[in-house]
Design a protein around this ligand. Structure first.
Ligand code: LLP
Length: 419
């Protein structure tokens, strides 16, 4: 459920006309709906009502300061994977005591900054990393709260690039080796093992893999408690999918109900790290048609947004719905929607049934609120596009369009090349 709807033939976000924003701000741009963001967050929260839990929104999905500030105001915690994300959380008014820090390669400085900030939990992914956290905490005179990210070897049945809980993935430690790892954590002076973490993948469209992981982790928690290691937190990561095309992922209510049922006797505070399910359908990418052409019978619609602005179609063969900002009542054509980048992989849609767009028309690429702007790059020296936040009948530019000057900042020509 989202707040992008037609009024007559015009696409609106809440009470704002997309065409009007395009005329003021220029294209391309990302645009997010506050009402949708809030609705999704609150639906997730409501689904977990009655159980001891903490929602740590996964910053990597959409890390704009305004989006983070919105979740911070709703009481959300945050799942971070870098010192940069920690800085964003702090700047947006997030509470560091509700932050969990994941990722296989945390750096010394990042660990130090998280300890100084006083985060809730480090999700540790290897023994060398545990030792490094212990060392840094010792230097700072602190004790680091840790959980191991265990790999339960469960198939999430999603795209291979976003599957993380299988044996062959780089993430976590094998669940079979976890008890040994926790014993080491118990014996080190500057870490305190308080939780167990697992995240098996992203864009899951079924509940069964989550429950399979839960069952395996439950067994581990019981064993650890018998060893005298008092586990208080069970972090199940993120991963709940959204509807992009035909998939029918479980509603958060269904997900929440199943998880509560399987964890209520565990006496743990459950931590969830949802990203996509909260922000995915709350954002669109608006782009303008530059040219249309036909090569030997194949139709191309060339737009001003490219794979540098939205990489998901090229990288994961991801499907994103395309909607006209001004609907025409006419027969559809089949065409590829491509960007201006010098690569054949630069497309937003291939062989898509679509209305016959003409030069100057606007289109909205749907469901790009998660892993959209955050994965954009400056390839081909293309400035990153603005981000707009809509609330009711107002909109705010929450990130300005970059300029070519911005992109060259920090570069220099050494004296031997100057003339
Ligand atoms: N927690 C951890 C440890 C994660 O690695 C991730 C996502 C999440 C939480 C949030 O997962 P979500 O609820 O959003 O599924 N770029 C890819 C997605 C990569 C996901 C990486 N990890 C895409 O565009 O589909």
């Amino acid at each position: 459920m989202h707040h992008f709807k037609y009024r007559g033939d015009q696409l609106y976000c809440e009470d704002v006309s997309i065409r009007e924003v395009a005329e003021k701000v220029g294209t391309p741009f990302y645009l997010y709906s506050r009402a949708t963001l809030e609705r999704h967050y609150l639906a997730f929260e409501k689904a977990l009502k009655g159980t001891s839990h903490r929602i740590c929104y996964s910053v990597k999905a959409n890390s704009n300061l305004a989006v983070l500030a919105l979740f911070a105001r709703l009481g959300s915690g945050f799942d971070i994977v870098s010192g940069g994300e920690l800085a964003r959380v702090l700047k947006s008014g997030g509470d560091p005591s509700k932050v969990v820090f994941s990722g296989v390669g945390k750096g010394t400085e990042e660990i130090g900054a998280a300890l100084e900030a006083g985060i809730l939990l480090f999700n540790v992914e290897s023994l060398p990393e545990l030792r490094e956290i212990d060392r840094v905490a010792g230097l700072l005179g602190k004790r680091a709260p840790v959980a191991f990210r265990v790999n339960p070897d469960v198939d999430p049945r999603t795209h291979p690039y976003i599957s993380t809980g299988l044996k062959q993935n780089k993430f976590g430690i094998p669940i079979e080796e976890a008890v040994e790892a926790y014993r080491l954590a118990r014996d080190l002076p500057h870490v305190e093992p308080l939780g167990v973490d697992c995240h098996i993948g992203s864009q899951l469209t079924e509940i069964a893999p989550f429950l399979a992981a839960v069952e395996k982790v439950k067994g581990l928690i019981e064993t650890l408690r018998k060893e005298g290691i008092a586990i208080r937190y069970f972090d199940l990561g993120g991963g709940l999918g959204i509807n992009y095309d035909e998939e029918e992922p479980p509603h958060p209510t269904e997900y929440g109900r199943a998880l509560i049922r399987h964890t209520q006797d565990l006496d743990c505070t459950m931590i969830f790290e949802p990203g996509r399910v909260i922000v995915g359908n709350a954002g669109i990418l608006v782009t303008r048609v530059r040219y249309t052409k036909e090569n030997l019978g194949r139709k191309f619609i060339i737009v001003d947004a490219g794979m540098n602005d939205l990489v998901r179609p090229s990288l994961y063969q991801a499907y994103h719905r395309i909607q006209a900002v001004e609907r025409k009542i006419t027969e559809n054509i089949t065409a590829d929607v491509v960007g201006p980048i010098c690569e054949s992989g630069d497309f937003l849609a291939q062989e898509r049934e679509i209305q016959p767009y003409e030069q100057g028309d606007l289109m909205a690429v749907m469901s790009v609120g998660g892993y959209g702007f955050v994965m954009s790059s400056n390839y081909n020296t293309r400035p990153r596009v603005p981000e707009i936040l809509v609330t009711e009948d107002r909109y705010f530019v929450v990130r300005k369009r970059e300029t070519a000057e911005d992109l060259m900042r920090g570069e220099s020509i050494p004296p031997f090349l100057q003339r």
